[in-house]
Design a protein around this ligand. Sequence first.
Ligand code: DHK
Length: 413
Amino acid sequence: MELGAGYVDVELKVASEFIASIREKNLKKCKIIVSSHNYEDTPSVEELGDLVAKIQAAGADIVKIATTALDITDAARPYHRNCNGRQRINVTGSFCKVWKLSDLCNARLEPGSVSTLGQPTIKDLLDIYNFRSIGPDTKVYGVIGNPVAHSKSPILYNESFESVNFNGVYLHLLVDNISSFFDAYSSTDFVGFSIAIPHKEAAVNCCDEVDPIAKSIGAINLVVRRESDGKLFGYNTDYVGAITAIEDGLRGSEEVTASADSPLKGKMFVVIGAGGAGRALAYDRARKLAEAIGGDAISLADLATFHPEDGMVLANGTSIGMQPKVDETPIHKSDGRENRFLQPCSQALKHYTLVFDAVYTPRTTRLLREAEECGTNTVSGVEMFIGQAYEQYERFTGLPAPKEHFRKIVSKF
Ligand code: DHK
């Protein structure tokens, strides 16, 4: 302090003693930050209020409270306090993947360097989150999922926002309970959300209004908050993204001749999965889904020998094969007896004219790789990812989706 430090950070436990010891030194230019760290959890709003009062009573110029988030909703709690700019409450933790704007400055220098869990690196702040453009009016967007770290949406949207000077930042939001998430993050600063697994169905009940098509699908992947009254509106952009990707894939294949009809017309469409739940549950749900759309449900085990006709289209709608479990696949190309249901590709994947995988990380999943090895046309989930993002971007920003720019960004994945 005597050498002219602008700020000194001191723990609450010793703050009164420290401040008393320097009082007579008349070091007015130096501001005292008084910090409290909680490595266990995040206290209630009332407890945080008491803590702020205690820190102020100790003589702090600046209040700093660091707590540990066990759930994303913990990260919202400190902001229920009426922070006046001199107080900073900082929440970190392995479950904390949301940063209120002021928290974005608590970054690590490099990936892997020793720091607090859940904090982004400075490189990511600058390269992905356009940190230097973030201000008090910046709107917050994000992808809600669990797991969610694999999602490329933050790269896609932040880069696109920046290209048109749109004042928004898009985050990964690791969420356990989507309804609690929307209760905790009810501010109109949080304006738009992509919904990923496993929340697409539960999200429907969190909205004030749901688009009729999305309602009939029973799942949404987009939620937009209306600024005037905070109401939440739900949409499904997945189906357009997926069907367009498959149709384009079929049109690109030699067998399909140009026609106004969908190239899917008359084809047997085999969909793996009936929602984000576990496989056992999915079978029961698959029956109900199949009844609703006039199809049949079969078990995953029977899929390997399912062959009512040639030229079918297969679509994986589950997360099987997604990073980090890239060795998994819903239908194996036999490479030994990995499982008693496995069939060689000559008896399974070769009956399809096209195999589509909704998984886009990795771009070429094991399912697609093995389908290609069997000579079957494939369409990567990356195509669906791009397709579902167009409408999301337009509803987020009110601007036309920069389609060429999207492709350029995604080509770098
Ligand atoms: C994944 C999906 O399935 C989409 O429906 C979301 C998301 C975006 C992702 O970012 O991975 O809109």
